[in-house]
Design a protein around this ligand. Structure first.
Ligand SMILES: [Zn+2]
Length: 441
C-alpha cells in the first residue's frame, strides 16, 4: 500500500512538472482561446460519461441532454449537490477507468459530514501545476524555503517537521498558546523562510502575538499565502502589518474543480483550465457580475469521478473589468464560505458582510460567532494587542446593525478558539441547519 502511495505521488509530481509549461502559457490566453479549450474538454467529458458512467448515462437519456455545442449548454444538466453525490457515489464513479491510478480523499468539510472524493494522477497533477502557478504570482520559485502553518498535527507533541525535498518546514496546527507561539517564532527565525503559507486563523494568531510582544517582521519573508479558510479583512490587515509583506489568498477544494488565486494586483483569478465554474442566482440563472450566488463547478479532467455542475455549498460573485496583470482569466470578487455556515436574522434572512462587524475593532485577535437559536448569537472573543472596551462596543454596535434589533448578542471572552476536527478554525458556526438555511438556500 505504502509503495503504491509513493508511486502515485511520484507520478503526480512528474506530471505536474510537465503541465507547468502549459499552465504558464494558458494564463495569458485570450477569452476566445480559453472558452474554446473549455468547450473542447466539456465535449470530451460528455462523450466519456455518456457511455461509461451509469449515473450520467441515465440522466442524458431521461432528460434528452445533447452534446454541448456551447459552454452555456452545460445548463442542460441538473445541479448535483453533496447529498445526491453521497447517494449516487457508486454510479458516478467510472468503473471502467481501471487504467488510471486513483486516490481516495475524505473531506471532513465544515459541516463535519465526511465526503469521499476519488482523484486521479491527471487531475491532481494539473491541480498542483496550477497551485504552483498561483504561488508563482506571489514570487515563489520551486526550491524556495517555505514555512507551512496548516492543519498538520505531529505525534509526540512535536512542534515542527522539516521536509528536505520540498525545503518546507511544517508547523503543528494544534499549538496556539503564547508559550508555543514564542517557540514557533524562534523556529521560523532560525529557518529563515522566504515564503509562509498557512490558514488565516493560525497566521493571525502568530501576527497578533508578534504585535503584542513587539517582535520584528522576519527579514527573510517575501510574501505570505493563505488558503483553506475564508480570509477575513481584519486577518489580512493584521498579518500584513505584523509581517510587513503582502498576503496572497488562494481558494480551492479537495474536489479539484475550483481554484482561484490572487495576482499581485489583489484580483482573484480562476484557474479556468481546471474546471468550468458558474455562479447561479436564486432561480438557478447565471448571476450577473457583482451579484452573489451559489458556486457550481464541472470538472474538465477528473474522469474517474466526473462531477458535473457540482454545488460546492459556497457563495461567490464574479468580478468584471480587465486586470492590470494582463491575465484574461475570469475573476471572482468574493467567496463567502459555506452556505451552511451562515448566520440568520430573526426573520430568516442571511446576515451578509459579517466580517465588516470587526472593522472597527482592531484590538480583537480572534473571534467566533455561533448561532444556536434564531434570535441569539454567541460571540467568542480573544483579546489582542491594544484591546480596549471600545473594541467590544464597536463590535456590538456593528453586529446589531447587521443582525437587526431583535437579535440578542452574548459576547464572552476566551483564551483561544480551538480548531475543529479538520484543524481549521471556523469564524461562523450555525446550528440552525435544516430549518432556515435550506429554505433560503
Ligand atoms: Zn490579475
Amino acid at each position: 500500500m505504502k509503495t503504491q502511495q509513493i508511486y502515485y505521488s511520484i507520478r503526480v509530481a512528474f506530471a505536474a512538472l510537465r503541465h507547468r509549461r502549459a499552465a504558464n502559457r494558458f494564463q495569458y490566453w485570450d477569452r476566445e482561446q480559453i472558452q474554446r479549450y473549455q468547450l473542447c474538454r466539456l465535449q470530451i467529458l460528455y462523450d466519456y460519461v455518456s457511455v461509461r458512467v451509469p449515473y450520467y448515462q441515465e440522466l442524458i437519456r431521461k432528460l434528452h441532454i445533447p452534446r454541448p455545442e456551447a459552454l452555456a449548454d452545460i445548463r442542460r444538466f441538473p445541479i448535483l449537490n453533496r447529498d445526491e453525490l453521497k447517494q449516487q457515489f457508486d454510479r458516478i464513479l467510472s468503473h471502467e477507468d481501471k487504467s488510471r491510478l486513483t486516490r481516495e480523499v475524505r473531506t471532513s468539510g465544515s459541516t463535519g459530514q465526511p465526503l469521499r472524493i476519488i482523484l486521479n494522477v491527471r487531475v491532481e497533477s494539473i491541480f498542483y501545476a496550477l497551485l504552483w502557478r498561483a504561488w508563482n504570482w506571489s514570487g515563489y520559485r520551486l526550491g524556495d524555503r517555505t514555512a507551512i502553518l496548516r492543519g498538520k498535527i505531529f505525534e509526540n507533541e512535536q512542534l515542527t517537521q522539516y521536509h528536505p525535498v520540498l525545503r518546507a518546514l511544517y508547523v503543528s496546527a494544534l499549538h496556539y498558546s503564547d508559550e508555543h507561539l514564542v517557540k514557533i517564532y524562534e523556529k521560523l527565525k532560525n529557518f529563515q523562510p522566504k515564503f509562509i503559507r498557512g490558514y488565516p486563523s493560525t497566521l493571525t494568531l502568530l501576527a497578533d502575538w508578534m504585535q503584542r510582544y513587539h517582535q520584528k517582521p522576519l527579514d527573510s519573508v517575501r510574501a505570505i499565502s493563505t488558503d483553506s479558510e475564508t480570509l477575513l479583512d481584519y486577518q489580512r490587515r493584521k498579518i500584513q502589518q505584523a509581517f510587513g509583506v503582502k498576503v496572497y489568498d488562494v481558494y480551492s477544494h479537495w474536489e479539484h474543480i475550483g481554484l482561484a488565486a490572487e495576482c499581485k494586483h489583489g484580483r482573484k483569478h480562476i484557474a479556468e483550465e481546471l474546471g468550468l465554474l458558474e455562479i447561479l442566482d436564486q432561480n438557478l440563472a447565471p448571476a450577473k457580475p457583482g451579484e452573489t450566488g451559489r458556486l457550481v463547478g464541472t470538472t474538465l479532467h477528473n474522469f474517474s469521478m466526473p462531477l458535473i455542475r457540482y454545488d460546492f455549498g459556497d457563495l461567490a460573485c464574479f468580478a468584471e473589468g480587465p486586470c492590470p496583470c494582463g491575465r484574461q482569466l475570469r475573476q471572482v470578487e468574493s467567496i463567502d464560505g459555506r452556505i451552511e455556515d451562515r448566520l440568520w436574522d430573526p426573520d430568516g434572512r442571511a446576515i451578509i458582510r459579517l466580517q465588516a462587524a470587526l472593522k472597527q475593532s482592531p484590538g480583537i485577535a480572534a473571534c467566533q460567532m455561533i448561532q444556536k437559536k434564531i434570535d441569539e448569537i454567541e460571540v467568542r472573543v480573544v483579546k489582542g494587542k491594544g484591546f480596549c472596551e471600545r473594541d467590544i462596543l464597536n463590535l456590538r454596535h456593528s453586529l446589531q446593525r447587521l443582525a437587526g434589533p431583535k437579535m440578542h448578542l452574548r459576547i464572552s471572552f476566551v483564551g483561544e478558539i480551538p480548531p475543529g476536527p479538520n484543524g481549521k478554525v471556523r469564524f461562523v458556526i450555525s446550528k440552525m441547519k435544516g430549518s432556515i438555511s435550506e429554505k433560503n438556500a
